[in-house]
Every structure is written in structure tokens, then in C-alpha cells.
Design a protein around this ligand. Sequence first.
Ligand code: G16
Length: 562
Amino acid sequence: MSFSPNKSPTKAAHEHALLLNAIAAGANEYPKPEHVNYTYGTAGFRTLATKLPSVLFRVGLLAVLRSKRLEGATIGVMVTASHNPEPDNGVKLVDPSGEMLDPTWEAHATALSNCPSTESLISTFTTLATHLRVDLSQPANIVYAYDTRPSGPELIKALERGFESFGESVKTNNLGVTTTPILHYVVKATNDKTGTYGEPTKKGYNEKMAKAFRTLIGNRGPLAPLYVDCANGVGALALQDFTATLGDVLPINPLNTSTSTQGSLNHSCGADFVKTKQALPPSIQSSGVLSKAGTRACSFDGDADRIVYYYLHESKGTFRLLDGDKIAVMVAMFLGDLIVKAKLDEEHKLEVGVVQTAYANGSSTKYLTSRNIPVSCVPTGVKHLHHAAQRYDIGVYFEANGHGTVLFSDQAIKALKSANPQSPDSANAIKNLLAFSELINQAVGDALSDMLLVETVLAHRGWGAAEWDAGYEDLPNRLVKVEVPDRSIFVATDAERKLQHPQGLQDTIDETVKKYDMGRSFVRPSGTEDCVRVYAEAKTATEAENLAVAVTDIVKFGSGQV
Ligand code: G16
């Protein structure tokens, strides 16, 4: 297909025809594979990398449309499949504030990706540009990055081909191989009109984190050494850069850093492995590094936006997990205490709230609510948690899987900056709260920033991992991935705590749950993997296991497998 630029009567029409020709040429180079249906899921598109080149080209087009629609504001594109295995890859868009793409645009991404031919892509693109009132003559600015997956560079070429269709109106900044949270940071910092968020570079990120951490640690350092499982992913590279900036306040021993060993990414290591298996990565188990009493370790996931901590019980030697719930509880309690110490005036009083998902362990929710900390429950996906957390003065959000952060509202920052300290103690608390707002990534969950947050709170409390763990005891739980022929028949509602479809399945689940002491279970389709997830918790490990098995059978029955 071709458009005729020379016959076009105006300069704009001429340029439009050139653009459509360029898009058509790119679309011919990156045709959509047949029989694949793409969905912009929990964290963008995610599937086997071999199925993604056409999607990347089309996401390139959409990123430019979004930036032009927002008068040239910088949009981010991250190529990663985070916790998924190495043959998968994925892509997601980042809005100018550093947050996930506006959900109303997800449908446009899905529509473009599923156009079966070059003609339908041109037609959908043109309709979108008109309906969304995009002025194509506006400039566009894009910053993009990718993780260490071997498929990354080829997919980046397809993405760039999308940008290039628009000629010189698009300015791009390729950050290269970097973590998802650093990309979010750079997007936010680039668009920050006040110029106070930080320099929009990797160096700016490292310096901002290191400065806030040093302020908060004060003369408490050097801290006890920490082992960090980098999931053989990009977190290993980011950690190396960061420690070079930080110096020896926090001695870090990186583990699982083989970013170029084929097949090693997320394989038997990383945050998702540890959380799902509730066990040490075998490499850490066999190294014996955790056997010395009081030693703590943490695991990042493949793109370093999640973190979980763990240690071995001093006398029993058993594995003890300190997951996203444990982080949220410790951090919310600590920030709450700091607010009390800050002694702010009545009209500047600040409230800490916590946002969780259905995966949050029942014990964590009970612990928070019994201490009058407001807790809200939202569907899985950082985009949902982030928005809910923005409703609090200080909103702590964490998924149990270790994905989360703490948001300080503009009012909270203003209140802290304008506060009149009543004593040296209150001045110190105010100073520390402001330093936390610098240390914690305000755009998205960030393993490195969260690690520094945890280390700071432990240092201030004078705690080791065991003291942190002592707050409450998790209810035993099990998370199961169930492969079904078509996960789209499973539709969840009520913050994903209930199944709406297939009809009748929820009643059967409810009947089953009743048979278990303190039982709770829910089922939802994954938005990142081709499976349905079953979560079960109960009073004992055996009951949690049995409940998970029973609900898994119900899911298999509902999907027509038995
Ligand atoms: C992504 C999302 C998380 C979500 C996880 C699993 O994490 O950002 O919010 O919890 O997927 O989602 P699902 O259960 O729908 O597959 P990541 O670390 O893979 O980007």
C-alpha cells in the first residue's frame, strides 16, 4: 500500500502521506503473526519474545502518539518480562509522571497490536490519531530501555523502527540495558518542571539514592553485610553501579549475577522463585552464606522492581520469608512513629495508609487494622496500588510478591517543609521523613530503593531480621499456577477476591473454603503468564496445601479439563 505525497495539496497532507508510507513500510517489515491475540495485561504485553516484534513496532507508534497528545511530554518504554522466564519478553509504556500508562490507553495499545494487516494498522492508527485528537505536527520525546534478555536488542530495533516512522519530530533517549525502576525514575525526572526530583540520568538516580541513604544512616554505619540475589538479571549491573557511588556504608555481597549465561535469568533464583517456593534459591542454600546467625539476604526479580528478604531461624535453621507484606507493615509502623515524633501542628497532621491486594497474608491485614492503620485492597497490578496509595498523605503500597513503594503526597511534603519543629527530636523526625521521600522511588516499586528503605528502618530500630519478623506470624499459604486451555474464561471481581465467571465456580470455592480453619482462597487469571493463579491460606500448612489442591481441582473442572 502507498500514499501519494506529491499529489497532496498542502504541506501537512504531504507530511501525513509520508508518515503513512513510513508506517506501512515498517508494518510490512514487522507483520503480525497469525493466530496470536495480544492483550495489554497487568504490566504491558508479555509473551514469547519470538511473537513480539510486530507488537514492539506498534508500541513505538503508540508511544509517539501519546507524547504528541501530551504536547511533547516524555514517555517511557521499557522492554522487559520481569519475573517471567528468559524466552519471554514484554513491553510497557510509562506516562510522564513516571507512573504506568493511563489505563484508558491500554485498549489502544491492544487494538494496534491486533491489527491483522498493514491496511488495518494504517486505518486503526488514523482513527486513533483523530479520535484522540493528536496533533501530529507536535514534537514527541521518548526514553526507552531494556533488560538483559538476549531477545532485547532485536525487539529494540522494532521499537525504534516505530519511532523512525515519524521522522525528525521524535527525539529519543536510549538508556540501554537498565532496570525498570531506573527507567521510570528518568521519565519522571525528565518531565519534572521544578527541577528538584533529580538529574534525569542513571548517575542522577544513584546519587540521589546514595545521598538520601547516607543522610538517614548518619553515624549508624557501616551496617552488617547484606547478601543480594540479583536473579542473574539487570539488577546485578545496577547494584554494581550503585555500590560504586555509595561506598562502604552498606557492605553488599551480590549473588546470582550471571547476566550473560544463557537460561540463567530468574532460573531457580530471584524474588518470584523465593516467594512462590517459600525457599532459598538452591545456589544460596548450597553456598551456606546464610548459616551464620543473624545474616539476612534479599532477592530482586529479573528487572529489579521487586524485592523480598529472608533469613534462617537461629535455632531451627528453617527458612523465614520477609515478603512485601512484612516490608509494608514494618515501614508503615515506622513512618507512623516518625510522624508522631515530628509533632506537626493539628492542621498539618499526616496519615499513613497501606494498600494491599488479595494476596496479602491475612495476618498482615489484621496486624495493621488492629493498630488503626487504614488498609485498602485493590486488584493485582502496580497501576491499581499506586493510584490507591495516592489517596493517603503517605501511602505505603506493597504486593505480597515484593512489588511496592511509599508515596508522599504534595501536601505531606509541603507540611513537612513548612513545619516548625518543637524540639531537636521533632526536627530530626521531620528531616528523616523528608529524606525518606528522597530515598523512596516515587514513580514505581524499586528493589534497590526498597532495599535501602528496609536497611534504614532496621538500622533506626536497631533490629535484625528476626526482630523484624517477630511482629506477626504469617498464616500458612500456597500459591499455585494452573495451566488451563483458555484463561480468558476466568473473570474475577471484588478486587479479584471472587470469580464472576465461569458461573457457579465461586459458590463451589466458597463451600470448600468453609471446611478449613481460617481458610481463604481465591482464583484469578494471570495478566503476565498464560495461567490461572490459585491462592490459599489456612491455619496450618497442611490445611493451606489441601485447600490449594481442592481449589485447583475446582479450577480444572471449571475450565473443562476434568
Ligand atoms: C507484574 C506486575 C505486578 C504483578 C505481577 C504478577 O510484576 O507489575 O503488579 O503482581 O506482574 O501479575 P499477574 O499475577 O497478573 O501475572 P512484574 O514484576 O512481573 O513486572
